[in-house]
Design a protein around this ligand. Structure first.
Ligand SMILES: Cc1cc2nc3c(=O)[nH]c(=O)nc-3n(C[C@H](O)[C@H](O)[C@H](O)COP(=O)(O)OP(=O)(O)OC[C@H]3O[C@@H](n4cnc5c(N)ncnc54)[C@H](O)[C@@H]3O)c2cc1C
Length: 467
C-alpha cells in the first residue's frame, strides 16, 4: 500500500495537517490511521455506569477521531503564550498568526463566535494587581469555549469534510512501528487495535501525531530508530475544586485564570491549568491502567463547582532522566491508595496532617463532582517537594481569589501531564529523519487543542509546498 502522506493519529494535530493540505489544494493521496473509532461512535460508559470501567482496548475519552479533543472542555486558548512551546521553535509572531488562522477554521466549522476574557480591562487590572501582590504572574489569554458537546459536533463535521474530500481514514488500527531505511522514514507497520491483521503502509511523508497517550510509544520509537530527541518536562500536581462562588469574579472576567508562580523554598515553576467554571472533575485511564484526574465543562450542563489544575514542573538531568517513569510511579502509588480510583482530600486536612474521611466530604459546601473519587491522604503518595510547592501556591492564590485556601477546598490526585520526550526539530518542523514529522502533544512541543491544531496547520502547509 502506497500513499503520498501517512498521518498516524487523528487528533487535532493530525486532523489540521490534512485540513490545511486540502485548503492549499493538495492533490496528494492522504491516509490517516487512528487507533480508536470515528467520533460519532465514541462513548464513555461512565455516563451510565457512574464510574470508570477502564475500557479495553482503549479509553474513549482520549482515543478515537479528534483524540483527546472530543471529550475535552473544548477551550481554545487564543494566545501564543498558552498551550505549549511551539513559539520557541517558530517565533511568537508566527505562532500567533497561525493561531488566528486556525481559529478562523474552527469558526467556519461552527465554533461559538463569543470570546471569553475580552472587554473587561479594568477588572483584569484589579485581578492582576492582586496577583502581583501575591508574587504570581497573570497571563492574558482570550478563550474560545467550544464546550464538550459542541466540540464533538465540530470534530464530526471536520471528519466528514476529510472523508468527503478523499482522505482515507482507517479506524481501530494501531501503529506498531515506523519503518526507517537508509536514514529516511518510508512507512509504518499497523495492526488492528485488538491485535492481528498486520499491514505495512509506505509513504513519502510520515506524520506522527499520536498525542499524550502516544508519547511513551514515540519515545521508544525515537530510541529504537535514533530519532534525535531529548527528555522534556513532566508536570505533577492536583486538580482543585471549589464552589463557583469562590472563583466567580475570575470566571466572569477571564473564564480561565492562567497564573504562574515560583513559590519558596524550591522556586520551581507552578501554574494553574485548565480551569472549568461550572465544570466536572473526571477520571481518565491510560492504557497501562494508570488512572489520572482531569476536568471538563459543558456549554449548557453546569455544576455548582469550578475545577482547575495546579501543576508543578519537573525536569531531571543526571543520573536519572526519565520524567515519564517518575510521574507514573507517583500516579501508581496514588492509584494504589485509592484502589485504582482518584484520591480526594480536603486542603484543611492536608494542613492538619490527617486523611479525609468519606463522611467529612458531605459536611462541606463543596461536593465532589466525581462521585467515585476515594477520600484519603494524597500526601502519602505525593513527593514532598511537589506537595510543598502546591500548598504554598494555594496560599498565594488565596490573595488573588479569597477563599481559595479554605479548609474545605478539594484536592484530587494524581493530576499528571506527560509532555516528555521532545523530538528535536527546526523551525520548519524538520526532524533528524528525512520524511518523518512529529506533531502535537506526542512531539513534546504542544499541550493544548489550539497549539496542536496550529502545529498541524503548519505541517499541512509544509507538505503542500513540497508538491
Ligand atoms: C479530558 C481532557 C480535557 C482537555 N481539555 C482541554 C481544553 O479544554 N483545552 C485545551 O487546549 N486542551 C485540552 N486538553 C488537551 C488537548 O485535548 C490535547 O492537547 C490535544 O488533543 C492534543 O492534540 P494531539 O493531536 O497532539 O493529540 P491527541 O488529541 O491526543 O490525539 C492523538 C490521537 O492519536 C491516536 N493514537 C495514539 N497512538 C496511536 C498509535 N500508535 N496508532 C494509531 N493512533 C494512535 C490516539 O488514539 C488519538 O486519537 C484536554 C485533554 C483531556 C484528556
Amino acid at each position: 500500500m502506497k500513499y503520498d502522506c501517512l498521518i498516524i493519529g487523528a487528533g487535532p494535530a493530525g486532523i489540521f495537517t490534512a485540513v490545511e493540505m486540502l485548503r492549499k489544494g493538495s492533490k496528494k493521496k492522504i491516509l490517516m490511521v487512528e487507533k480508536g473509532v470515528s467520533v460519532e461512535k465514541r462513548r464513555c460508559p461512565k455516563a451510565k455506569t457512574k464510574e470508570c470501567v477502564n475500557c479495553k482496548p482503549f479509553c474513549h475519552i482520549t482515543t478515537g477521531f479528534s483524540g483527546a479533543g472530543a471529550f475535552s472542555d473544548g477551550k481554545l486558548s487564543l494566545s501564543y503564550e498558552v498551550g505549549g512551546d511551539l513559539p520557541t521553535l517558530i517565533g511568537a509572531e508566527k505562532a500567533q498568526e497561525t493561531i488566528n488562522y486556525t481559529d478562523k477554521i474552527y469558526l467556519e466549522f461552527g465554533a461559538d463566535p463569543h470570546v471569553e476574557g475580552l472587554g473587561q480591562e479594568q477588572k483584569v487590572k484589579e485581578i492582576r494587581r492582586r496577583a502581583i501582590k501575591a508574587g504570581l504572574k497573570l497571563v492574558d489569554c482570550p478563550i474560545r469555549h467550544l464546550g464538550t458537546e459542541k466540540a464533538q459536533k465540530i470534530y464530526y463535521d471536520l471528519q466528514e469534510y476529510l472523508l468527503n474530500s478523499g482522505v482515507e481514514i482507517w479506524f481501530s488500527t494501531i501503529c506498531k512501528d515506523i519503518i526507517i531505511e537508509n536514514g529516511a522514514c518510508i512507512g509504518a507497520v499497523f495492526e488492528d487495535s485488538k491485535g492481528g491483521n498486520e499491514r505495512t503502509v509506505y509513504a513519502s511523508d510520515v506524520v506522527v501525531a499520536t498525542g499524550r497517550k502516544g508519547a511513551e510509544w514515540l519515545e521508544k520509537e525515537c530510541e529504537k530508530h535514533n530519532i534525535l530527541h531529548q527528555p522534556g518536562t513532566v508536570d505533577i500536581g492536583v486538580r482543585v475544586e471549589v464552589r463557583n462562588e469562590i472563583l466567580e469574579e475570575v470566571n466572569e472576567v477571564l473564564y480561565e485564570s492562567k497564573l504562574i508562580g515560583y513559590p519558596l523554598p524550591f522556586k520551581n515553576k507552578v501554574r494553574t491549568f485548565c480551569q472549568n467554571p461550572g465544570g466536572f472533575v473526571s477520571q481518565e485511564n491510560y492504557d497501562n491502567n494508570l488512572a489520572v484526574v482531569n476536568g471538563h465543562s459543558y456549554k449548557d450542563l453546569k455544576s455548582n463547582n469550578t475545577n482547575l489544575a495546579i501543576l508543578v514542573s519537573h525536569n531531571f538531568t543526571y543520573p536519572f532522566n526519565q520524567p515519564i517513569e517518575y510521574a507514573q510511579k507517583v500516579g501508581e502509588l496514588t492509584n494504589m491508595l485509592a484502589n485504582g480510583k482518584i484520591l480526594v482530600q480536603r486542603y484543611g486536612d492536608i494542613l492538619d496532617g490527617k486523611r479525609t474521611w468519606e463522611k467529612e466530604l458531605s459536611q462541606s459546601n463543596v461536593k465532589p463532582t466525581i462521585p467515585d473519587a476515594v477520600a484519603g491522604d494524597i500526601t502519602a503518595a505525593m513527593p514532598y517537594r511537589a506537595m510543598t510547592n502546591i500548598i504554598n501556591f494555594i496560599k498565594a492564590m488565596d490573595y488573588v481569589v479569597p477563599g481559595f485556601a479554605s479548609s474545605e477546598t478539594l484536592l484530587y490526585s494524581p493530576e499528571l501531564k506527560f509532555y516528555s520526550n521532545r523530538v528535536k526539530m527546526d523551525e520548519n518542523l524538520t526532524t533528524s529523519i528525512k520524511g518523518l514529522y512529529c506533531l502535537g502533544d506526542s512531539s513534546g512541543w504542544t499541550r493544548g487543542l489550539m497549539m496542536a491544531s496550529a502545529m498541524g496547520v503548519l505541517m499541512g502547509r509544509r507538505l503542500s509546498e513540497k508538491e
